[in-house]
Design a protein around this ligand. Structure first.
Ligand code: GCB
Length: 594
């Protein structure tokens, strides 16, 4: 699936704006052919939750509706029209002029569908029925119960607010009716000097030939090649490759044009790509054959009022802040971020561990966290395999042309110490490796109870990703013991897997901005500072530690909880992106650490 783009053959219409919104209560049957009654305005794209003042509506679990109208000109109607959602969380059924057109499950990946049979010249009605309910079949995983009142109650198996709504832009784009490019995958091989590009171009419809042209970053042509339908496309060569890297985020373009018999242009699309290699060798992550130490954060798409809504200013400010502090990487915890964010990561030279929304693969999670034994075996209880493969497929298809993506994270904190985990993840890692032509390294951040003595899946992964909280959830307020325990655990991992690098995918301590303590009290900015100093002093002794991604970049929203006072406070920055004390220490450290 291509990102919507205008060209000499394509038009794009963005439906962002104020739509109408309505919660569906269980006694009501909403007719998609009738205008929503008693609706309220709702900005798209954005989460709906924090745009609403009424608390019950804000926290509604169940179904809700969006409606808008759009106009189609006669000129536009003469073309093929496709509607595309950047994402709709977590499930959406789309109706145009009262008729059901599409259904998509999964709240963090795009979906699109042809709308020509449903639209008319002039005004059209668009309604979307969304649902934020989660279960042991969905990703993320959650639990839904139906209350006596008939209302639903959903509890997410994860530590972030279950924002919902139309989070990313909704667009209509046009192509010719005759033929169109469905997808472009820019495959290449490089010896870091000469790059051979062998694009895979998926075209539907009637056409005669296809031309491909590689352009450099300034738009100068490097090579052109043409092939006829039924012929195999020839490869293109970049002789003196400008490699993409963190300090040199060089982007090429592949211009693809589809022609008719009389050399009439039918479709025209330009796909950006970068050239770089990624390897894991001798406990190191190599980009273009050189080791790189990952410095950065786990994050969330979460900002005041807009929640998980895509907002370019927020993305840009976040990337500028990452650069200011000297970070070179982030993980898209715990779901794929917007396409717009990925595009900017390419331009900004940020390395991305791209995580699918497989979070919460842990039955009876609450008892486990309370220190109790789990009653249920996760792998007998989860029915997520099909959703899991779908999100992996959709994420790889969407993101495989981004040079910034250097690793796939196939799950966060699954119950990898329970029987059945190996079988489950063998199927998942095999599936991912088959789909990914780049063979990017695979990682799956481990929950703190998945220690080397009990973990069952590490052999399946290229990198050991650790979410570790010594000094917080374990060894609380005892940083000396935290250091020792961390050191011991790391050495055990290394003995078992001497070639695999360790990347800290999470470590942190809740910290209330502005809380200070001469006694180094937990939750104070001083404790956070000392906590990180203690962790770093362990990492710095061990050369198989290949990266530190702190938890987390900013404070973020969670459901209310005994240890969640207005959200999770492990941010290095506050929710509105102001630095805590630790930020300045980190800036000093990362400027020196190569
Ligand atoms: C974790 C989770 C993350 C939480 C974090 C915490 O291990 O992966 O989603 O927010 O711990 O702060 O407890």
């Amino acid at each position: 699936m291509l990102y919507p783009q205008t060209s000499s053959t394509r038009m794009v219409f963005d439906l962002s704006g104020f739509w109408d919104f309505k919660i569906e209560n269980n006694s009501e049957k909403i007719n998609p052919s009738v205008k929503l009654a008693n609706s309220i305005p709702m900005a798209v794209p954005a989460s709906y939750n924090n745009q609403i003042i009424d608390q019950q509506m804000r926290n509604h679990d169940g179904y809700f509706w969006y409606e808008t109208t759009f106009n189609i000109s006669a000129l536009q109607k003469s073309q093929r029209n496709v509607m595309r959602f950047g994402s709709a969380t977590h499930q959406a059924t789309v109706y145009i002029n009262g008729k059901e057109v599409a259904h998509h499950v999964g709240g963090f990946t795009p979906f699109e569908f042809d709308i020509d049979d449903y639209i008319q010249v002039g005004e059209n009605d668009l309604k979307v029925r969304l649902c934020n309910l989660l279960s042991n079949k969905t990703l993320p995983v959650g639990e839904t119960v139906k209350l006596k009142s008939g209302n639903y109650q959903t509890t997410g198996n994860f530590d972030f607010y279950n924002y919902a709504g139309i989070h990313r832009p909704v667009k209509i784009y046009t192509t010719s009716n005759q033929a169109h490019i469905n997808n472009i995958c820019v495959k290449y091989t490089t010896d870091l000097q000469t790059t051979i590009v062998t694009p895979e171009i998926d075209i539907d419809g009637q056409y005669q030939s296809v031309s491909m042209e590689i352009l450099d970053q300034a738009g100068n042509s490097i090579q052109t090649s043409k092939y006829n339908r039924h012929e195999k496309p020839s490869s293109l060569t970049i002789a003196d490759t400008h490699l993409w890297n963190v300090d040199h985020s060089y982007m090429y373009q592949l211009k693809v044009q589809v022609y008719d018999t009389d050399d009439q242009l039918i479709d025209d699309y330009t796909q950006k790509f970068g050239v770089r290699t990624v390897e894991i060798k001798n406990c190191q992550v190599l980009i273009n054959k050189k080791p790189i130490y990952l410095k950065g954060f786990g994050r969330h798409e979460d900002f005041p009022v807009i929640g998980k809504g895509m907002n370019r200013a927020v993305i840009n400010r976040d990337h500028q802040t990452l650069k200011w502090i000297g970070a070179n990487a982030f993980r898209t915890s715990h779901y794929p971020y917007s396409e717009e964010e990925m595009q900017l990561a390419d331009e900004d030279g940020l390395l991305v561990i791209d995580e699918v929304p497989a979070v919460g693969l842990y039955s009876d999670f609450q008892s486990a966290m309370a220190g109790g034994a789990t009653q249920v075996n996760t792998w007998k209880n989860m029915e997520t395999m099909s959703a899991h493969k779908q999100v992996i497929r959709e994420t790889i298809t969407r993101d495989q042309n981004h040079p910034s993506v250097i690793m796939w994270s196939v799950a966060n904190e699954a119950a990898t110490q329970q029987d059945g985990a190996h079988e489950y993840f063998e199927e998942i890692t095999d599936y991912t490796r088959k789909l990914d032509w780049q063979h990017l390294p695979l990682i799956s951040p481990k929950i703190l109870v998945s220690t080397p003595d009990v973990d069952q899946v590490t052999d399946l992964f290229d990198v050991i990703g650790l979410n570790r909280y010594y000094g917080w959830y374990v060894d609380f307020n005892d940083l000396e013991k935290a250091q020792n325990d961390l050191y011991q655990e790391l050495q055990t991992w290394h003995k078992l897997y001497p070639d695999k690098p360790v990347i800290f995918t999470e470590f942190g301590a809740d910290t209330i901005a502005g809380m200070h303590s001469i006694y180094d009290e937990p939750y104070s900015e001083e404790y956070q500072l000392d906590y990180y100093k203690a962790m770093f002093s362990v990492f710095d002794q061990l050369d198989y530690v290949a990266g530190e991604l702190l938890w987390s970049f900013t404070d973020f929203s969670t459901p209310a909880g005994l240890i969640r006072v207005n959200g999770n406070h492990k941010g290095i920055f506050t929710y509105d992106r102001e630095p805590k004390r630790i930020a300045f220490m980190l800036q000093d450290r990362w400027k020196q650490l190569s």
